[in-house]
Write a protein that binds this ligand. Structure first.
Ligand SMILES: [Zn+2]
Length: 127
């Protein structure tokens, strides 16, 4: 991979990292609202659950993005963590924080029993 390609991925990853840090930080204060109205209580609980699920997802993604930036630093970026083959540029462009080539990702998804980690990966897997 050329230096300018690496820089391109680093820029994308750093932008994504900044975005995720903002999202995760904003949700730090997931509030537990109380209401005398039982229906409101249900509504608040649902919203809280959704917020926590999103936070989970964003935190995971943030971890992946940070790991990918780390791999750029140590020079292993772009290689599949499982088989060490080069990850295809098309896949890297869509999900630069991916850790596996498409082949190993499919195996990982199957063995974990729950599809892609996020919407973008799902799209790439289906492509
Ligand atoms: Zn692989």
């Amino acid at each position: 991979m050329t230096k300018s390609e690496l820089n391109k991925y680093r820029n994308v990853l750093e932008a994504k990292q900044a975005e995720l840090v903002r999202l995760v930080r904003n949700r730090d204060g997931i509030v537990i609202e109380k209401s005398a109205d039982a229906l409101d209580e249900v509504q608040y609980a649902t919203e809280r659950e959704l917020a926590i699920r999103n936070l989970d997802r964003d935190s995971n993604l943030l971890r992946n993005v940070r790991a990918a930036l780390g791999r750029i630093e140590v020079g292993s970026f772009g290689a599949c963590l499982h088989c060490e083959d080069d990850i295809r540029p098309k896949r890297l462009s869509a999900v630069p924080w991916t850790t596996f080539c498409i082949h190993c990702q499919e195996i990982a998804d199957r063995s974990q029993g729950h599809g892609a980690q996020n919407h973008e990966e799902l799209l790439v897997n289906m492509a």
